[in-house]
Every structure is written in C-alpha cells, then in structure tokens.
Design a protein around this ligand. Structure first.
Ligand code: SAM
Length: 309
C-alpha cells in the first residue's frame, strides 16, 4: 500500500489519526518486504497480527500464510479493513463456524466481492484480548508493527511460557528493540530482555527510519526477529525467575545480593552466588541469562513457592 493510497483512504473515510494509539503506518515497500522475509512464512503458517491499521502488512501476509488473525482496536480502521479485504469480523476467533467466510456471512462468487477466506479480523484491545483469552500460540507466528504504547506489555504477555508463538517478528520503537536484543553489561539489558530471552533467541534486527512511516513519528523504529528456544527452565521455577529478575533490577546500581536478601534468606542467597561463581558485589546488569536461570533453580529449590513478585 503506497503512501498516496494511505492518504486517499484516510481522506475518503474522514479519519483523523489518533496519536495515543500509535497510528504511524508503514508505507515503505522495501521495509515491509524485509519484515515479511524475517517471518520465513510457509503456506501452513498461522499468523497473529496486532494493530493491522490500514493493512499494508496484512496484504503481504495473506497470500503467504494459511491464516491471519488481525486484532485492531480502532473501530474506524476495522471498518476500512473489513471493506478492503471483504473480511469477516470474528466475535470469537476460536469459533470453527468462522473459519470459512461462507460460515460467517461472507459473500460467495456471483454475489459480489469474495471474502478473504484466511483473514479473521477481531475488533478489540489486543492486550485485553491476550489476557482475557489465554490460548496456545505455540503453532503461531507473531508478525506485527506494534502500537508503541503497548508493545512491551504485549511482547512480555505473549513471550512467556509453553504457549508462546514459535517466532515473533515485531516492529517497535528502536529503544525497545535495543532492550530486547541487549547483552549483559549493556545499558539496555534489563527485565524485558530477560523475560523475553528466557524463551526466545534474538535472531537479528534492522533499523527502520522514521521517514518510512506516515505520519512520521518522533523516533526511529526497528524490526526484531525472536525465535522460540527450547525451554531453559522447569515450569515450577518460572515464577521464581520472574521474581528474581524484577527484584534484582529494582535498583540497577545496587548489589544484586543485597536486593535478593529482601526476599530470600541471606545464607541461601550467598550460597547460590558462590555456586555460580558470582561476586557478592555483582550487579544484575552483569549477570547472564544462564546465571539467572541457575539462580532461580537454586533459590526455588531452597525456598519453594517464593515468587517474590
Ligand atoms: N500495521 C499497520 C502498519 O504497519 O501500517 C499499523 C501499525 S500502527 C504502528 C499500530 C496500529 O495498532 C494502529 O492501527 C492502532 O490503531 C492499533 N492499536 C493501537 N493500540 C492497540 C491495541 N491496544 N490493540 C490493538 N490494536 C491497537
């Protein structure tokens, strides 16, 4: 979808964009192609797209995937998408009756435009939707140009546990992308890095200049590619991992041992650090993912049920 088409569409529908919904639409064909390439789609893939907007990414995903589930909060854009793709609005996308347009009121050949059979459009707040309807996303890929204001909570919500998508290709603020890709010792390394990297391996990223969006945002963006990894932690230690990471980064410049002792017995914490050959003065920003994983196992064994969140 070209910039001129976007402008025409918005003018035709009388839509004034809403800044608080992060409505910056990607019109650069080259960047859109790179995003789709990073998704490595096959004809069997099911794709979750959060915030389809006017559909510049959606239109590239649809011919390459078995199914696209698109969740858009703005009713005006839902109406545009519905018209553009002759899409069916899915009240409950798990309803099998909606898996085919004929079953959900789509029009057939000879009766006007044919519905896009592999698009399910949901009008909802994506974060509410994900929290309200926890489902198994493990057979899915997330491919989205995410709304800035909710990008981090959406990724943190989706990324955790056995039900997370197999791949997440997300376009977001450059600053958030750096946090997702960060390594120990870097200033961007923190809670979001570890919560996401526990289950996802960073597989590269590229910068997308602000000029590729309409309207042009104040900051550059980046597309990150995260691929699901084999589980590093048993389910029973996950709560401890989240609690430890949040506590350890609650005051970045403080010694991690001191902070953890607020929630775990001092001798248990000291013993765990010794076993991991971590200095008693280590700060969270220098501790690797693997060390946090082992720390969680040790502390969880010593004090089960202490999530400390
Ligand atoms: N994918 C389109 C593109 O690349 O041009 C639009 C991306 S734009 C950055 C973000 C989109 O997310 C907007 O269409 C906005 O209305 C929608 N949005 C904002 N907050 C949302 C939420 N909580 N749930 C679902 N969609 C949301």
């Amino acid at each position: 979808m070209k910039l001129t088409e976007m402008r025409e569409c918005l003018a035709r529908e009388g839509i004034q964009l809403t800044k608080s919904l992060g409505q910056n639409f990607l019109h650069d064909a080259n960047q859109l192609r790179r995003i789709v390439q990073a998704a490595e789609l096959t004809a069997q893939d099911r794709v979750l797209e959060i915030g389809p907007g006017l559909g510049p990414l959606t239109e590239l995903l649809l011919p390459r995937a078995a199914e696209v589930l698109a969740i858009e909060k703005d009713a005006r854009l839902v109406a545009v998408l519905r018209e553009r793709f002759h899409a069916v609005i899915a009240a409950d996308p798990s309803d099998p009756a909606l898996s085919h347009p004929m079953g959900a009121g789509g029009r057939g050949p000879g009766e006007g435009p044919v519905a896009t059979p592999n698009l399910r459009l949901v009008h909802d707040d994506a974060l509410d939707y994900l929290k309200r309807e926890p489902r198994d996303w493990s057979g899915w890929k997330l491919v989205s140009n995410l709304p800035y204001s909710v990008a981090s909570p959406i990724l943190a919500e989706l990324a955790q546990g056995a039900r997370a998508p197999q791949r997440m290709v997300a376009t977001l603020q450059l600053e958030v992308a750096r946090r997702l890709m960060a390594k120990p010792g870097e200033k961007d390394y923190g809670v979001l890095t570890l919560l996401v990297q526990l289950d996802f391996e960073p597989h590269g990223w590229f910068r997308i200049p602000a000029s590729c969006f309409f309207p042009k945002p104040d900051v550059d963006s980046a597309c990150v590619c995260l691929v699901r990894r084999r589980s590093l932690l048993a389910p029973e230690s996950r709560r401890a991992f989240v609690g430890i990471v949040k506590r350890a980064f609650s005051q970045r410049r403080k010694m991690m041992a001191k902070l953890l002792k607020n929630n775990w017995p001092a001798d248990t914490v000291d013993g765990a650090l010794r076993r991991l050959e971590l200095s008693a003065t280590a700060r969270a920003e220098d501790v690797t993912l693997s060390q946090f994983v082992h720390l969680s196992e040790i502390l969880c064994r010593a004090v089960p049920n202490n999530g400390a969140q």
